[in-house]
Design a protein. Structure first.
Length: 185
């Protein structure tokens, strides 16, 4: 079974320790809520657990492991099937200019068939309630709309472990409840 693990991990930026001696294990079917005051390091920890440091600037004292392998060394397309992350700031998330192209791009990296990609895009857009944004340009979307696109993208990836950084901050109450049920399922 998939297991994501940190063992006595310290995380630094520019020689300043942000998080110290973090040990935890995460497996599919767990539901973990990470809480703490602003600036305490929640996003930093999630980014580390998604295997994105040192690429995104943080320095780790230990490897984060995914199934006993260093997660940072696993190829992005393999890693994406196991662990996906929704960033707090959506501008960190996107590679393409248009919503549909962005979703296709991230799913193509998973080597799916065209039919499967289309199916996943349709259901992710409808789950998040943004079918109407499908053909829009990302640069003209509002902050809330961008975050919903990022959420749809993360869900469409279908990873075994999904890490959501403030996923409900901009989702209206009606879709919030639907999303909670969806995530639970
Ligand atoms: N790339 C970076 N370079 C330097 N410092 C950073 C970097 N990323 C985060 N930090 C610092 O690390 C600390 C923790 O930031 P982080 O974003 O993890 O907090 P957070 O708990 O997610 O806060 P919030 O609830 O406001 O989202 C902050 O002091 C932040 O300025
Ligand atoms: Mg944060």
């Amino acid at each position: 079974m998939t297991e994501l693990k940190a063992n006595h991990l310290d995380i630094k930026f520019d020689d300043e320790i942000i998080l110290e001696d973090i040990s935890l294990e995460i497996r599919p079917e767990q539901f973990i809520l990470l809480v703490g005051s602003s600036g305490c390091g929640k996003s930093t920890l999630m980014t580390a657990l998604a295997g994105l440091y040192p690429k995104y600037g943080g320095e780790l004292s230990q490897e984060v492991s995914l199934n006993h392998q260093s997660i940072a060394q696993i190829k992005a397309n393999h890693r994406a099937k196991k662990v996906a992350m929704l960033f707090q700031h959506p501008d960190q998330q996107f590679a393409m200019d248009r919503v549909e192209d962005e979703l296709v791009f991230s799913l193509e990296n998973l080597s799916l068939t065209t039919e499967e990609i289309d199916k996943r895009i349709n259901s992710a857009l409808s789950e998040v309630g943004i079918e109407s944004l499908r053909h829009r340009e990302l640069s003209y979307l509002s902050g809330g709309e961008l975050q919903k696109v990022a959420l749809a993208e993360t869900l469409a990836m279908g990873a075994e472990i999904i890490s959501l950084d403030e996923p409900f901050a901009v989702v209206d109450p009606e879709h919030r409840q639907e999303l909670q049920i969806l995530l639970k399922n």
